[in-house]
Write a protein that binds this ligand. Structure first.
Ligand SMILES: NC(=O)c1ccc[n+]([C@@H]2O[C@H](COP(=O)([O-])OP(=O)(O)OC[C@H]3O[C@@H](n4cnc5c(N)ncnc54)[C@H](OP(=O)(O)O)[C@@H]3O)[C@@H](O)[C@H]2O)c1
Length: 405
């Protein structure tokens, strides 16, 4: 039995490694590799302390196809979980093809020079994965990931046709810093400073960025944490779900932000600190956003003392047996509980657990297929069975709340 290779030893990678180690016997060998091997050694030490299990560690530059290919072969990995950065998606997919391993990630490919993400370049790999009899699963974190699988589950069990989807992502936690991001600062800020889009009646509608005047927001009543202002945001699962849900009329994504966060972000943007092009400073080339990342707290380190909860879920409206029906599927995750279990806050936890489960299902052939898949294209049932058992209990309830028209 081949093992699993996890690439990226950041906030999410640490959770994936911990969760794989908790199911050690089902995974076979586990190796954690990253640009800096010291990060992997630190995580491996924590895992040894918490679970008594040993995992392998390795240094790798995931931009280098040859290095990744040799590592896959050396550790005899059957599947690679890519939780490095979206910049490395294509090189790791390429290496999987060459070495004969399945592939799974949590974020779609981005070019470093352009703050834009879309699936086309990864979908283009489908034929080659088919030819090699291999499977690639894209976007298997919480959102994208569970948010897509909630749609597949609702489609299979709760609604005959889904017409409207609203994905609502709330972090009602407090980390105690004036300003910090909950996952990779560079990727996070590129995402939230973009112009917003949602999909309605077959076309994309553009609205202002969350920090610009005219941004669209409303207070949503979240279970357990109450009302929170939620902002319309473009998120990558909208692209695949708009394509894969038959009969869909509109899909939107909402995320909560505090006024304090938005104010900091607005100032940083206005003074040029979120720029992704190189600027010359004292004879050196500097990318302001990369420099900002170096100044802000490392998302992998903000878990200690983090309080509060995340509530992420989908409201899906459509018809069942000829009648209108609205259902809300969601998970509530507690930052402090995540930290006490695996040493990471709930944003990393809610991303890492689904990635581990997705890889397990591919490995155990409960998710089967050749080519490239988004998670809504796979059977939701074995995934939903594992989700609660592995730390992310979920609920499906009838929805009677308010959403903007
Ligand atoms: N779908 C979801 O729900 C969801 C939610 C949150 C995040 N994400 C995604 O999860 C991924 C990881 O996020 P994170 O917060 O864990 O980020 P992070 O803490 O910055 O960790 C990323 C890790 O990738 C490693 N890395 C970067 N470039 C590399 C390279 N060329 N070769 C090898 N390793 C490299 C870094 O290595 P070193 O530290 O060793 O230098 C770092 O440890 C991101 O792609 C993010 O977009 C998805």
């Amino acid at each position: 039995m081949g093992g699993v290779l996890i690439i990226g030893a950041g906030g999410v990678g640490s959770v994936v490694a911990h969760k794989c180690a908790q199911l050690y016997d089902r995974f076979g060998g586990i190796t954690l590799a990253s640009r800096r091997v010291q990060r992997c050694e630190k995580v491996a030490g924590e895992i040894r302390q918490r679970t008594g299990r040993s995992i392998g560690v390795a240094q790798v530059d995931a931009n280098n196809v040859k290095e990744v290919r040799s590592l896959i072969r050396k550790v005899e990995a059957e599947i690679v979980i890519n939780v490095a950065l979206p910049y490395q998606d294509l090189s790791i997919m390429e290496a999987c093809l060459e070495a004969g391993a399945d592939y799974l990630d949590t974020a779609n490919y981005e070019e470093p020079e352009v703050a834009h993400f879309e699936y086309s370049k990864q979908w283009d790999y489908s034929e080659r994965f088919k030819e090699h009899d291999l499977m690639a699963v894209l976007g298997c974190g919480f959102d994208p990931g569970v948010s897509n699988i909630f749609c597949a589950y609702a489609q299979k069990h709760l609604l005959d046709e889904i017409e409207y989807v609203d994905i609502l992502d709330c972090n009602a936690g407090s980390h105690g810093y004036q300003f910090a991001t909950n996952f990779n600062t560079e990727i996070n800020i590129r995402e939230v400073t973009q112009k917003v889009r949602h999909w309605s009646e077959g076309r994309w509608i553009e609205t202002p960025a969350i920090i610009d005047s005219g941004s669209v927001h409303f207070p949503f009543e979240y279970p357990e944490v109450g009302k929170r202002e939620s902002y319309l945001l473009y998120h990558e699962e909208l692209e695949s779900l708009a394509k894969n849900i038959t009969g869909l009329r509109r899909i939107r994504f909402w995320m909560t932000f505090s006024q304090e966060y938005l104010e900091h972000l607005r100032v940083l943007r206005d003074v040029g600190m979120t720029r992704i092009d190189e600027v010359e400073y004292e004879g050196k080339k500097v990318v302001p956003l990369k420099f900002l990342k170096a100044l802000l707290p490392d998302p992998a380190s903000i878990g200690s003392g983090y309080t509060g909860k995340t509530v992420i879920g989908n409201v899906m409206r459509g018809t069942k047996d000829g009648k209108e029906r609205a259902v809300y599927m969601y998970n509530v995750c507690d930052h402090a509980e995540s930290f006490s279990e695996v040493g990471s806050q709930a944003v990393s936890y809610t991303t890492g657990v689904p990635a581990m489960i997705g890889a397990l299902l591919v490995k155990e052939r409960k998710w089967k297929g050749t080519g490239v898949f988004n998670t809504e294209q796979l059977d939701p049932d074995p995934f939903m069975d594992e989700l609660g058992k592995n730390g992310l209990p979920w609920k499906a309830v009838d929805f009677g709340g308010e959403l903007p028209e």
